[in-house]
Write a protein of this length. Structure first.
Length: 129
């Protein structure tokens, strides 16, 4: 979805007779991403995406010729949508990594606990002998 939003921004700029490249837009998105502000739950991120799509829908449904100000609002909304999609994807990837790490820790703990039980049983067996 973020790729389509970036392509839509390029199209908006083209209609406004301003040339912009994908590289320029991705650089702009990278500069606008602040990881320290990217906290919260996936539900909030999805609500942000839904809000972006509703805003874009409203802006595009305006009949007549879009003014330069309208185009700027549409561009801003598309860029916000692209950034929110990237944030959601990052969240999903990081959450998956955290779950895999936690699962591995649990396996390691269980292995350690099992080894300890086996060692205690061997110790008890050697005492009885």
């Amino acid at each position: 979805m973020s790729v389509y939003a970036v392509l839509a921004v390029i199209e908006q700029y083209r209609q406004a007779e301003k040339a912009v490249s994908i590289k320029q837009l991705t650089d702009k998105l990278c500069n606008n991403y602040h990881p320290y502000q990217d906290r919260g739950k996936i539900k909030v991120k999805l609500e942000d995406i839904r809000g972006n799509t509703e805003t874009i829908k409203k802006l595009l449904s305006i009949s007549g010729i879009h003014t330069l100000e309208d185009k700027q609002k549409i561009i801003k909304s598309y860029l916000s949508l692209a950034l929110n999609c990237v944030k959601a994807q990052i969240f999903i990837c990081l959450d998956g990594q955290e779950q895999r790490i936690e699962t591995q820790h649990m396996r390691d703990k269980n292995t350690t606990d099992n080894n300890q039980v086996v060692n205690e049983e061997l110790y008890q067996y050697s005492i009885q002998q």
